[in-house]
Design a protein around this ligand. Structure first.
Ligand SMILES: [Fe+2]
Length: 166
């Protein structure tokens, strides 16, 4: 199959969004943290189901070498793109909508709206390393390299870095 492009990844997540029998039994919301379920991981593609509520927020991050796409199948999420010297550009996506991003993009995805959200994410090549961005009080941006597995651990206290998600 090889690496998939952003639009090809959108097609993958939209196909899965239309097949709830593949993931509906995995939907579970936890007020403390996003809930992740891996639906597939092979040489070319990783697919996750993620459940969001209560303003869960990934923080700004990149996906190292991977492009990705997200389909919203319940509720809504917002994607922020980081700008220098200006507020982030925000787009909101509700159930039935999808978006994609390249490996070069830095973004943040957060839950929005009153209802819990459910999203399906596809990454190609499969997500392995990530960068998580910390904004220091003076505005300096600092990148922290992470393993994709690190985002699965529970958050500790009011941790600043909340990688991954979109
Ligand atoms: Fe992301």
């Amino acid at each position: 199959m090889g690496e998939l492009s952003g639009p090809e990844l959108v097609a993958v997540v939209q196909r899965l969004a239309a097949a709830p029998e593949r993931w509906a039994h995995l939907v579970r919301h936890d007020p403390q943290q996003r809930v992740y379920e891996e639906l597939r991981r092979d040489a070319d593609l990783a697919i996750w189901l993620i459940c969001w509520m209560d303003d869960h927020d990934t923080g700004f991050h990149d996906h190292d070498l991977s492009s990705g796409a997200v389909a919203v199948v319940g509720g809504a999420v917002a994607e922020d793109r980081l700008l220098l010297g200006a507020p982030p550009v925000t787009r909101e996506f509700a159930a039935g909508e999808a978006f994609h991003f390249s490996a070069a993009d830095i973004h943040r995805v957060r839950h929005t709206g009153a209802a819990p959200a459910v999203t399906i994410h596809a990454y190609s090549p499969p997500l392995w390393r990530m960068g998580s961005y910390e904004i220091l009080p003076g505005g300096e941006l600092r990148r922290h390299a992470l393993s994709y597995a690190e985002e699965l651990r529970p958050l500790e206290g009011d941790e600043v870095l909340r990688p991954f998600g979109g």
